[in-house]
Design a protein. Structure first.
Length: 485
């Protein structure tokens, strides 16, 4: 049996199952790896029973397994044509071509549910109905009798055999038309043919004019716009080390996958909010300006010389489509589009760190952790360094969290440091607000305003605490102004 991918980046590709079957899941050691949403690490298994029939077994996955939209409970048989649903992936079972059984029983399937079993895409040609024929034999017209041989005594002309009424009827003794009448008939026939041709041409042009406005002007045809699709992939293989990063936008949704097993880095995210229309419009215009949509794969030298390291960009929108894969820096246009993707998408969604190699990530994480620790140690003398410590702890943690367990030892240091810094910030907030209320009740408005200024120097301007303290300060300043007047 074969398995065909019905959607995703591998649409149309097939995989022949071995007699041992296959495992399906998000982990890279599965026979069929599906690094996408809704797929468990070890999701399902395809195997054979004692009679040699294929079946699929759910391995206790979180979101379950469906066969033809029916949930699999325990195990479910797999017949050719069945569609397996695992997370967002659709897979079709295809018969590998076993010999047909003797005298197979005919199967009747409704036309509305019939589906091809050997391809993800198909068309079915129209059948031509047969021409009905007469149920009985059609009598043949008798052959003309041969002319009689000359005889000395005149003999009557032989009569033709009787022909059944309504099939063929031969008229006797009909006079031939004169030459002028025959010419006139040919002229009339030619005029009729010419007139029919003119009418047919007029109808053809009229039907192809399309709709018109009330003034008779043709209505402008609406431009067909296909949705924006983007697929960006980086992959490298060095010995047993494999690195693969994929960013994909389809139907406005963005999906990111990272897989680096040797360094224990795995990341997957399907963003809930769609990519804003203005950001997609910006991407389309920038990519058009580079000339990328006119690139041709076969004209880029060296693109298939080194499959150990490659990059691929596929872009499609409106009536344009381009799919290019390179293994080095031979295309300046390709490099410009890659830079656009990095600056417009990866930086916008803070995904640049995910696409970096492990050495660069660890180096940046250690730098952020060092800055955070230095800032936290100085908050007694410089309280305004506390937000700086918190932000750098978070930057370090974001990089350490890209690694699977066991994580680098610095990860625990960054996690504990962030907890201490946030607890200290909350302590300052509660104590400061308490002082502001106390000074306000004592009508020591100058001291209340000074305490507000101290708190404003500590909390980030975009935080709710900052906004609340600022509003309190404005209220106290108005109170002080009224009192002085």
């Amino acid at each position: 049996m074969k398995i065909m991918y019905l959607n995703g980046a591998q649409t149309g590709q097939t995989m022949e199952l071995s007699p041992a079957g296959a495992t399906i899941g998000r982990e890279s050691d599965n026979t069929i790896q599906l690094p996408m949403g809704g797929v468990s690490r070890y999701h399902a298994k395809i195997e054979r029973d004692a009679a040699g029939n294929w079946l699929i077994r759910d391995l206790g996955s979180t979101n379950g397994t469906l066969v033809d939209d029916v949930p699999v409970i325990g195990a479910s048989p797999l017949n050719p044509g069945a569609v397996i649903t695992i997370g967002d992936q659709l897979l079709r079972c295809i018969d590998s071509g076993a010999a047909p059984a003797a005298n197979p029983a005919p199967s009747v399937q409704p036309a509305s549910s019939a589906q091809p079993q050997q391809s993800a895409f198909f068309f079915r040609p129209n059948t031509t109905s047969s021409i009905p024929t007469a149920t009985g034999p059609v009598p043949k017209q008798p052959a003309p009798a041969p002319a009689p041989a000359p005889q000395p005594v005149p003999q009557p002309a032989p009569q033709p055999a009787e022909v059944p009424h309504g099939l063929f009827k031969k008229k006797q003794d009909k006079p031939h038309p004169s030459g002028s009448k025959k010419f006139l008939g040919n002229v009339i026939f030619a005029l009729i043919v010419l007139l029919a041709a003119i009418v047919g041409l007029w109808l053809f042009l009229k039907l192809n004019e399309g709709p018109q406005t009330s003034s008779g002007q043709p209505v402008a045809k609406q431009k067909v716009e296909n949705p924006f699709v983007l697929y960006y992939e980086k992959e490298s293989v060095a010995g047993t080390a494999v690195f693969r990063f994929v960013l994909q936008i389809e139907n406005g949704q963005m999906e990111v996958t990272l897989d680096e097993p040797q360094n224990k880095r795995r990341y997957y995210e399907l963003f809930k909010d769609p990519v804003p229309d203005e950001l997609i419009a910006k991407l389309k215009q920038q990519i058009l300006d580079t000339g990328f949509m006119e690139l041709q794969q076969e004209k880029i030298a060296g693109t298939s010389q080194d499959n150990r390291q490659h990059r691929r960009i596929m872009v499609g929108f409106d009536n344009k489509f381009c799919d290019v894969k390179v293994s080095n820096d031979v295309s300046e246009t390709f490099n410009r589009v890659e830079t656009i993707i990095n600056e417009t998408l990866l930086d916008e969604y803070d995904l640049g760190v995910i696409s970096q190699n492990v050495d660069r990530i660890l180096e940046d994480a250690r730098t952020f952790l060092f800055v955070a620790e230095e800032a936290f140690r100085s908050i007694d003398t410089t309280p305004s360094n506390l937000p700086k410590a918190i932000s750098n702890y978070k930057l370090a943690l974001r990089r350490y969290q890209l690694f699977d367990d066991p994580k680098p030892p610095e990860w625990k240091t960054a996690r504990d440091g962030l907890a201490k810094a946030e607890a200290k910030l909350e302590e300052i907030r509660q104590e400061g607000l308490k002082n502001v209320r106390l000074f306000y009740e004592l009508r020591e408005y100058d001291k209340a305003i000074a305490e507000c200024n101290r708190l404003l120097s500590i909390f980030p301007p975009d935080s709710k605490t900052y906004q609340g303290i600022r509003e309190s300060k404005i209220k106290i300043e108005k109170k002080l102004s009224v009192g002085n007047n």
